[in-house]
Design a binder for this molecule. Structure first.
Ligand code: ADP
Ligand code: MG
Length: 693
């Protein structure tokens, strides 16, 4: 275990290194460019590039890469060495401002949803100076945005950066009115807690479903699951502890504020929480975290599963996206303070939040939709696919009173002695119910619990920033026109509460009653990804994103198509994997054991006592027969679905026809597994994977 303060950020070309290595005027211009989002001129870029290269080479780097986030959900890199041929067959190490600012990866195989086809196959990467460069695997990585020839975003980062500008623009108007003139910038802060599973590498590598799909497509329930709750916050096993320590070290070197590591509810499930930071950097850091989790696990003979639902019947994994905004002077819009009922900025912000979420349930749902997350959302231990907000009793009563024109008396148990104290209050009294909400107020921020564990958090934060910016722009207009700002704010709060209170729900989000209740309230319920995707490109949403300069029509439509394609691809691969497992492993194994049982029965002296053999063999024969015909049906369904030209129809068919057959097959497989002698079953059982490490 190394000294944290010594190793923290050693692989990052951060502020300290910049200050040390850059001439004062260049350093100052760079800082200004970063904080005000100004363009960087060539002279500055050249100087920064030279300093960056020297630093990187001193730290053992031989290559550089533009590090970007195409719409595959993961990061991409293309390494170039610093080498330039020099005279006498020698080489020099060079890295110019041009290399730093712009890259032209041959990016024709990244998803573009048709955007690039109309222009040209090349993509461009552009330096994002607001996220520090870092060294990974002897390579200097430069965080970049990725776009087409015409500047259309082909990545996750660009819209996020644009949405941060949008919320900065609109929230700044509010802050100028309520927080004083010294406010010049609004920062979006994000902390994303990452859940994951660890399984033994040797055990996992015998399962094609884990290798190809990241989740199990079959597996009978083990006798023990998570019902004892003995894993949650339990003692961390030595092998896992060693992994976590190693992971922390790696992350700290990269300047990632990894803070909390603990066991989660399900056996073999864990969580890592970083300290929050700027949305853009938090997104980069989360990508690095996921990448390093896999890499470090491998070193420890483990396999890290980031899939949302690796094991059926066991809790899935999410990514809790904690979101808030604050001024550059340190005022958090969502911090209630001692007297929330008198904190105008806070009341207005919560009002804006309630209105934005209620009006844009479809976008929140869309931004968390994926084939993997479909397995998790709406389950009995995951947030429902219905969007609602949990405010907690204390805060709800403040809003209720304002909306009903009653004076809010802070007192007794309801008293929000906020600041630090609201957190223990919520935790202590309502944490059970709190956990079932997809969006919960947690003291000075909102926690979004729907995002899937393998997803980039760029999408959800782009949506949150944009929809809040939109409401703030409306509120700012009203406040600027108002004679009495305080009165106007109270009016806004009242109105937001009365018009949007249907989105507030403090009860049990996992219950069936909530589904009925939500329907009565007219809330949107989109259980599957193919149902959620089309909402993204609705005219009013295109208008919203265009209004705030976050995404244009082309970009939205291309993203929608990519979302459909991704969904189809995932289910397609899962179906093919299942077919292969059935044909090559499962059906032959069942048949073999069945044959064995018949032979034993045949050779038995007694003609009576063969029930176990004959009955089991008959059952197995029946299952195998059914599996055989279902396997054919699945193959047909996959071929038909894959041949469909229309993406949305194809996605729906993958959901309605392919996935449902896969479920049926799974049920049969699990039944067969339960009565098959252990050594005959071709794959390690759930128990072997979940309790092995
Ligand atoms: P809780 O226990 O209620 O989840 P924590 O303090 O553990 O609260 O925070 C959980 C996550 O939320 C951490 O990643 C933390 O850094 C982050 N977080 C805390 N404050 C903020 C904030 N103002 N904005 C965004 N994220 C925050
Ligand atoms: Mg939390």
């Amino acid at each position: 275990m190394s000294n944290i303060t010594e190793i923290f950020g050693t692989n990052v070309f951060g502020d300290e290194e910049m200050a040390k290595r850059l001439p004062a005027d260049i350093y100052k211009s760079l800082k200004e460019a970063i904080s005000d989002g100004k363009a960087i001129d060539r002279h500055i870029a050249d100087t920064v590039a030279e300093a960056m290269k020297n630093w990187a080479v001193e730290h053992g780097a031989t290559h550089f890469t533009h590090w970007f986030q195409p719409m595959t959900g993961i990061t991409a890199e293309k390494h170039d060495s610093f080498i330039e041929p020099a005279e006498n067959g020698k080489v020099i190490l060079s890295f110019s401002g041009k290399n730093l600012i712009k890259g032209e990866p041959d990016a024709s195989s990244f998803p573009s949803g048709g955007l690039r086809a109309t222009f040209e196959a090349r993509g461009y990467t552009a330096w994002d100076p607001s996220s520090y460069a870092f060294i990974k695997d002897k390579t200097l990585c430069i965080p970049t945005a990725f776009c087409s020839y015409n500047g259309e975003a082909l990545d996750e980062k660009t819209p996020l950066l644009r949405s941060m500008e949008a919320i900065n623009r609109e929230a700044l108007k509010i802050a100028k009115l309520l927080c004083g003139d010294d406010v010049t910038k609004i920062n979006v802060s994000v902390g994303s807690e990452q859940e994951y599973f660890l399984v033994d590498k040797a055990v996992a590598s015998t399962r094609p479903d884990i290798i190809f799909c990241g989740r199990t497509l079959m597996g009978a329930k083990p006798p023990k699951g998570q019902e004892m709750n003995d894993h949650y916050f339990g003692v961390i096993k030595p092998r896992v502890a060693a992994f976590m320590a190693d992971l922390d070290d790696e992350l700290w070197k990269l300047g990632v504020y990894a803070k909390t590591e603990h066991n989660e509810v399900a056996p073999a499930q864990h969580e890592l929480a970083p300290v929050f930071t700027t949305a853009n950097i938090a997104t980069d850091h989360n990508q690095l975290t996921m990448e390093l989790m896999k890499k470090v696990a491998d070193r420890h003979g483990l396999r890290c599963l980031l899939h949302e639902k690796p094991f059926a019947g066991v809790n899935g994994s999410g990514k809790h996206n904690n979101w808030s905004i604050a001024t550059n002077t340190g005022i958090n819009f969502f911090k209630p303070g001692k007297n929330p009922e008198e904190n105008k900025l806070f009341l207005l912000s919560i009002a804006a939040f309630i209105k934005a979420i209620d009006e844009h349930q479809d976008l929140i749902r869309y931004s968390t939709a994926s084939a993997g997350n479909d397995q998790r959302l709406g389950g009995h231990e995951a947030p429902p696919a219905i969007i609602s907000i949990y405010l907690g009793d204390a805060l709800s009563s403040v809003f209720y009173d304002i909306a009903n024109g009653e004076h809010h008396e802070s007192g007794g148990k309801i008293k929000m002695n906020i600041g630090a104290e609201v957190i223990p209050y919520i935790k202590k009294d309502t944490s059970d119910r709190n956990r079932t909400s997809p969006i919960a107020f947690t003291g000075n921020k909102f926690e979004f619990r729907m995002p899937g564990s393998s997803d980039s958090i760029a999408g959800i934060n782009t949506v949150i920033n944009t929809i809040i910016a939109d409401v703030f722009s409306e509120y700012a207009k009203r406040l600027e026109a108002a004679d009495n700002i305080e009165k106007e704010i109270l009016g806004i709060v009242k109105e937001a509460y009365n018009e949007h209170k249907r989105i507030l729900f403090d009860g049990d989000g996992y219950s069936d009653e909530w589904k009925d209740e939500a329907k009565r309230r007219g809330l949107l319920n989109l259980p599957s990804t193919p149902e959620a995707i089309p909402y993204f490109a609705k005219e009013e949403n295109i208008a919203l994103f265009e209004k705030h300069g976050v995404l244009g029509r082309n970009e939205i439509e291309s993203r929608r198509d990519i979302a459909f394609e991704n969904y189809c691809n995932v289910i397609h691969i899962e179906a093919l994997t299942l077919i292969e497992m059935l044909k090559r492993d499962v059906m032959p194994a069942i048949s073999k054991y069945e044959g064995r049982l018949w032979r034993i029965a045949e050779h038995k002296a007694s003609s009576v006592y063969k029930n176990f053999e004959t009955k089991t063999a008959e059952k197995l024969a029946e299952y195998n027969d059914k599996l055989f015909s279902l396997c054919d049906k699945l193959q047909e369904a996959v071929e038909e679905t894959a041949a469909m030209k229309d993406l949305s129809r194809s996605a729906l068919s993958y959901h309605d026809n392919v996935l449902s057959l896969m479920d049926e097959i799974r049920t049969l497989c699990d039944k067969a597994q339960e009565i098959t002698k252990r050594e005959y079953w071709p794959y390690p059982a759930y128990g072997d994977m979940l309790f092995h490490v």
